[in-house]
Design a protein around this ligand. Structure first.
Ligand code: B12
Ligand code: SF4
Ligand code: SF4
Length: 356
């Protein structure tokens, strides 16, 4: 498929993958499926509906609550889909007498263009695969087979003149239709990106603490979509709109207990807390300020930096200066010192005179 061979290197060369080095490391296998498994003759692409029960955009309006992407409000889809693929793969292998391999996301496979080639749907201007029957909430998986199978007809583009997904993106992550600069995407910033979230995107992140569904939620093709029917993909009530205050108080063990078996465990507690503190800073809710203050004592400097930013947005100047005296003056990390300087406007010389 020429699209695989040409577009991936162009995307990587533009640096649009950010720090997702794993996209680059096995790029040759990603671009050419036979490089992943030399015996591949056919690929069967499958999609499982993971549609949300409620409108994800509603969640982004609840400022004291966390918005979690629909796919992450439930059991990890990798586990659920892999089981199904193995079942189907076993059937295919038995019927054809040839071996198969199954992949869900974790292997270097370009699932969306392959799914388009298999006729499941097309890659919309938001780059996600859209099915005419199921909208854009399908999660994808692949079966590589040694058997020669009859190919389906590839799907064609039905976006037309629509550009709703491009226009709604809070961080302007599409340099052009069908092109995503992951470095600007909230899904990347909250899930994949380690380190401090660049200041320019923090406000636009709003209350999204894990992933983002905005460009998917506005797609008109979802009028044909239903909520996920697979019971193992049912959304968990406690992950629908959890209070930010509760999430800010999770220690390591609490984080693991709450998110075991869900995609959220991927970030670990500290990166998740960083996101929660950004959301708290965006809440405009003075009642959440003490959660931000508690974050100033976190051992991880990335979390402390996010806490400083949140304090700067929620607290009065006088209180902020007191906190600076207590925590900021002796801050060892350069980037957290910079956060203090931004938040207070005070110079960062250790033990320097207090300027009010
Ligand atoms: C890396 C990755 C990400 C990255 C980068 C996303 C991206 N668009 O590349 C980040 C972390 C940002 C991300 C976010 C999300 N992801 Co993701 N992600 C992946 C992963 C692992 C690889 C994708 C990839 O190969 N990207 C590389 C680029 C080069 O490929 P591309 O996306 O196809 O983009 C090119 C095409 O659009 C192409 N193109 C296609 N047609 C056309 C037409 C024209 C005219 C032009 C010019 C170009 C063009 O040009 C682009 C390059 O410039 C896949 C799983 C997999 N193994 O495939 C899941 C996957 C794509 N993600 C998925 C999901 C659900 C999401 C989120 C919705 C999660 C969330 N709610 O937060 C968001 C959606 C953000 C978005 N709008 O894409 C699903 C999508 C399911 C579907 N129906 O398509 C996948 C397939 C996982 C799965 N197994 O189901 N993801
Ligand atoms: S997931 Fe959100 S931030 Fe990422 S491209 Fe879509 S709308 Fe933009
Ligand atoms: S919102 Fe419009 S432009 Fe974007 S993917 Fe859906 S149909 Fe295409």
């Amino acid at each position: 498929m020429p699209a695989l061979r040409e577009r991936l290197p162009a995307w990587l060369a533009a640096g649009h993958h950010g720090t997702m080095d794993w996209m680059e490391e096995r790029a040759d296998q990603r671009a050419v499926p036979a490089a992943l498994w030399a015996e591949t003759r056919s690929i069967v692409m499958l999609g499982m509906n993971a549609g949300p029960q409620t409108d994800p955009l509603e969640l982004t309006r609840l400022k004291d609550r966390a918005a979690i992407a629909a796919y992450a409000q439930r059991r990890d889809y990798h586990d659920v889909i892999k089981g199904k693929l193995k079942e189907l793969g076993g059937f295919l292998s038995a019927r054809s007498g040839q071996p198969v391999k199954v992949f869900v996301d974790t292997a270097p496979v370009m699932e969306k263009p392959l799914a388009q080639a298999a006729g499941l749907g097309w890659q919309g201007k938001h780059t996600v695969l859209i099915s005419r029957e199921h909208g854009n909430w399908l999660m994808l998986g692949a079966i590589f087979a040694r058997a020669e199978l009859e190919p389906d007809t590839p799907e064609t583009d039905h976006c037309g003149s629509c550009r709703r997904c491009i226009d709604i993106c809070p961080t302007n992550a599409f340099p052009a239709p069908y092109r995503l600069d992951a470095r600007r995407c909230i899904a990347y910033l909250t899930i994949e990106h380690h380190g401090p979230i660049p200041t320019e995107y923090r406000e636009s992140i709003g209350n999204r603490v894990f992933g983002c569904d905005d460009c998917l939620a506005v797609c008109p093709w979802n009028k044909f979509a239903g909520a996920a029917r697979e019971t193992r993909l049912a959304a968990r009530d406690d992950l629908a709109a959890p209070p930010l205050a509760d999430l800010a108080r999770l220690d390591d063990a609490g984080f693991r207990a709450r998110f075991a078996g869900t995609p959220i465990k991927r970030t670990g507690r500290d990166r998740f807390l960083r996101n929660v503190l950004i959301a708290i800073g965006n809440s405009g809710d003075a009642a959440l300020a003490e959660e931000a203050v508690a974050g100033l004592q976190e051992p991880d400097p990335v979390v402390r930096g996010a806490a400083v930013w949140a304090c700067g947005r929620l607290l009065a100047r006088e209180r902020l200066h007191d906190l600076f005296d207590a925590h900021g003056r002796n801050e060892p990390e350069a980037h957290v010192r910079e956060e203090w300087r931004e938040a207070t406007g005070l110079p960062m010389e250790a033990n320097g005179p207090r300027e009010t």
